[in-house]
Ligand binder design. Structure first.
Ligand SMILES: [Zn+2]
Length: 279
């Protein structure tokens, strides 16, 4: 990389971040485009499609779109690999009782218990039909994920769950083809190479990831997601105002710029963009 290129990239990051902050401060945002999610494909007899929403989210958060009990896997000729850990979903404990007056038998729920299920990825054996939920064209910067060894998977959506990054196996799961969600999770992954990530949705980490994602949306021409970025950061800011958003970003600006630099340094596609942009 030439000295000139490095300087251009630094200018590019600074000017794009500045234009984002200007947009946020003025409230002059490009029109938002609607969110989309990936619909589950029917006809594959995956047991989890009948699970409760909470159990489906537990499964997706474990980085898989197909989890089943030991016996369910055995039925389709697959076996759980040695040393694999179970995911515990919640199932009702039921009891049959007889109604004293009518003499009728009925089933009542007495509580909930954890049921162990295993990820498709942790099984081996016969091939079963699988569903590819990836978009026909992968998003920009997917090569950056590859260079950092981050696995990117797509799966069907369960309600308001768009995606997640799992530090434990360095993988991203996306339930939408929306580019900004991929940018957001990629930002978490790269942020994790600078400092250890805290578990769950930590305020500062979310602001870093979403600011990086929104700047990338501007750079790659997905302006329609700027509004969503603003809304998301506002949710995590101390004060839920435009001013609060700017303050929240300023607090983590050094990390935002460091993550952007690492992402653009590892990208293939930005040379043309660097030449085109007026800094
Ligand atoms: Zn996040």
């Amino acid at each position: 990389m030439s000295k000139n290129e490095t300087k251009n990239r630094k200018d590019l990051i600074e000017s794009a971040t500045k234009s984002l902050l200007d947009m946020f401060a003025s409230g002059n945002l490009p029109p938002a485009i609607a969110r989309t999610v990936i619909a589950a494909k029917k006809g594959y007899n995956i047991p989890s499609v009948n699970w409760s929403l909470g159990n489906q989210i537990l499964m997706l958060a474990a980085g898989t779109t197909d989890a089943r009990g030991y016996a369910q896997w055995k039925k389709v000729g697959r076996y759980v690999k040695k040393g694999s850990k179970a995911i515990y979903i919640l199932g009702p404990c039921t009891k049959k009782i007889t109604d004293e007056e009518s003499g009728e038998e009925k089933v009542i729920i007495t509580g909930f218990k954890g049921i162990p299920v295993y990820r498709y990825e942790d099984t081996e054996g016969e091939d079963i039909p699988t569903v590819d939920y990836a978009p026909p064209e992968l998003p920009p910067l997917v090569e950056v994920a590859k260079k950092y060894g981050v696995k990117v998977q797509y799966g069907p959506s369960t309600g308001r769950f768009y995606g997640c990054y799992r530090p434990s196996d360095n993988s991203i799961l996306l339930c939408t083809h929306d580019v900004d969600t991929f940018f957001h999770e990629l930002a978490h992954a790269i942020h994790g190479t600078i400092r250890p990530l805290k578990g769950g949705q930590h305020q500062d980490q979310e602001v870093v990831a979403e600011t990086v994602a929104t700047v990338l949306c501007i750079l790659y021409g997905y302006d329609g997601y700027v509004y969503q970025g603003f809304d998301y950061i506002k949710h995590y800011a101390q004060e839920h105002t435009a001013n609060g958003v700017i303050k929240a970003i300023m607090k983590v600006l050094a990390d935002v710029q460091a993550v952007l630099k690492l992402i653009l340094d590892a990208s293939d596609a930005d040379k043309k963009m660097l030449n085109n942009i007026a800094v």
